[in-house]
Design a binder for this molecule. Sequence first.
Ligand SMILES: *Cc1c(COP(=O)(O)O)cnc(C)c1O
Length: 388
Amino acid sequence: MKRIYLDYAATTPTHPEVVKAMLPYFSEIFGNPSSIYSLGQEARGAIEEARVKVANLIGARDEEIVFTSGGTEADNFALKGVAFANEARGNHIITTPIEHPAVMETSKFLERRGFNITYLPVDGYGLVDPDDVKKAIIPETVLISVMHANNEIGTVEPIAEIGKIAKEAGVYFHTDAVQAAGHIPLNVAELGVDLLSISAHKLYGPKGVGALYIRKGTKLVSFMHGGEQERRRRASTQNVAGIVGFGVAVALTLPEMDEEAERLIFLRDHLIKGIFDGIDHVRLNGHPTKRLPNNVNVSVDFVEGESMLLNLDLEGICASTGSACSSSVLEPSHVLLALGLSPEQAHGSLRLTLGKWTTKEEVERVVEVLPRVVAKLRAMSPLLKSGR
Ligand SMILES: *Cc1c(COP(=O)(O)O)cnc(C)c1O
């Protein structure tokens, strides 16, 4: 049976070209990028080339990019870095209840350390209202963190509008753009952000590498102390091969982004329509149009998300319920609850995320298999009371 991978939001396969570009940096060019002999300088050169590529993806200057161990570290760095560096100015941070755990748990940590966190309301689609951001700002506010696109429901937030408000108020603005990167155009000037997180493995690069954009002049403290790597902002010998792979992945993604987005939107909408035609009592989670090109998230009444996943897996289909990080626990998704879904509806959610190697045939197979799976589960469902 051919496997159908529809969990690109959890991670993507590493592009074969990326793997090829990385290989020499494990063997021939293994030097430490901080060493001054040519073997080290060659590795250093490769890092700097990758830095230019990553900067290009978001319209930044290369010296504003700090490589990290992933999106999680970039988020931790942004929040803790700004919070601890600006404590004398204030201790208030504004964020949303639908952030990725990398931001959410960092906010909770800061809250336990005495910071005051405001969680903005979101509407039924998961959208933040920029007016609510404006109203939440107080003299003590030092940071606003609102994700660009949500990893579970795909909703794309009005980042540029929030950026204007943050700028007017003189408050630092961070966005987690891990899911947006590679799918929608990103420009730090247009978005008005001071900090932006990205991760390589969500855009066909390797796992364990990411970057934080830090606008020149932004006051933040490092929390990796040691050597002088990354302009003294992040100690530790760089993951040279990973960074090279990240750069190549970005360079491959950028030129074909618009065309690929169009292709994915077509497949996404075909999949949504197929699900609605084949299954009753189903709702689309997230915004119908202000949505990532590759994200489908539905709640199917009277079934458990976990049961759908297991049955789809038997058919060779990889999907997700809630986020990958929490799908091993039976807590309903905090994102879906924040949209106002009941715990039952949140438990019955299914996320299908598409990518570079998704075909129309694969989408059609899901449209054929899923209604069958749902019908089978409903036939034995204790959640289904009577009459159906
Ligand atoms: C995957 C993801 C992260 C974490 O990135 P890692 O590189 O896996 O640490 C952070 N934020 C969002 C929105 C993500 O989707």
